[in-house]
Design a protein around this ligand. Structure first.
Ligand SMILES: C[S@@+](CC[C@H](N)C(=O)[O-])C[C@H]1O[C@@H](n2cnc3c(N)ncnc32)[C@H](O)[C@@H]1O
Length: 212
């Protein structure tokens, strides 16, 4: 996501101690206690925050953690959420670090919404379903844990369908997810744009394979 640099972003994030977790490692192993929920889900690449905000409101019994590496995008998302629910936290950081912040089994689902597709083969390692990342998700999810991907990008979709299978079992696949109403799932900012253009939204859900 390219956007004009916002001078106010970093100071604003620093002010939002109500919801931004500066040192996520401090909560390692304690996220359920901190969010006072039985399960905790992580959205990686939360962008401007609509999914995190909407899902946390729709499912208050679930803990929702947004992770976003761009301070500019994070600050926009946080501005949209002046009164976060007790089930919400925000981490400004890189998905590379998640094993420093969460204990194995601590997350029930990882949501990847419109992740950067990194179309060049030489950049494949950076895709959020690349082996380096999916191995981390596998380590952090419990049995029955899910990875849920939505994308407009057929290249990333096919790559994920082809490669996730080493550690995860595909349990749902929908090649035109928004053809039918899905009120149970919030539409993200990017998703809204692609829907306006009439593009299909691809969605896949994987369950952790056990005995790996
Ligand atoms: C294309 S945007 C999609 C934003 C939002 N999920 C949506 O659907 O509107 C992808 C976002 O993922 C973030 N991102 C990419 N790689 C990341 C990583 N390794 N860790 C955290 N965030 C990442 C980018 O900064 C960007 O904001």
């Amino acid at each position: 996501m390219r956007m004009r640099k916002k001078k106010w972003a970093v100071p604003y994030i620093a002010e939002r101690t109500d919801v931004v977790v500066n040192d996520p490692a401090e909560y390692k192993g304690r996220w359920k206690e901190v969010l006072k929920t039985e399960e905790v889900r992580l959205e990686i690449g939360a962008g401007k925050g609509s999914y995190w905000i909407g899902m946390a409101k729709m499912y208050p019994e679930t803990g929702w953690i947004a992770l976003e590496k761009s301070p500019d995008a994070a600050a926009i998302g946080l501005k949209k959420c002046p009164e976060p629910g007790p089930n919400m936290k925000y981490i400004v950081g890189d998905a590379e670090m998640i094993e420093e912040w969460f204990e194995p089994g601590e997350l029930s689902a990882v949501h990847l919404n419109f992740s950067d597709p990194w179309p060049k083969k030489s950049h494949a390692k950076r895709r959020l379903t690349a082996v380096k990342f999916r191995q981390k998700y596998w380590n952090l999810l419990p049995e029955e844990g899910r990875v849920i991907l939505k994308t407009d990008n057929i290249g990333l979709y096919e790559y994920s369908l082809e490669n996730m299978g080493d550690l995860f079992e595909l349990v749902e696949r929908n090649d035109d997810f928004r053809k039918e109403p899905h009120d149970e799932d919030v539409i993200t900012e990017y998703e809204h744009e692609f829907m306006e253009k009439g593009q299909p939204i691809y969605r896949a859900v994987w369950k952790k394979k056990v005995n790996q």
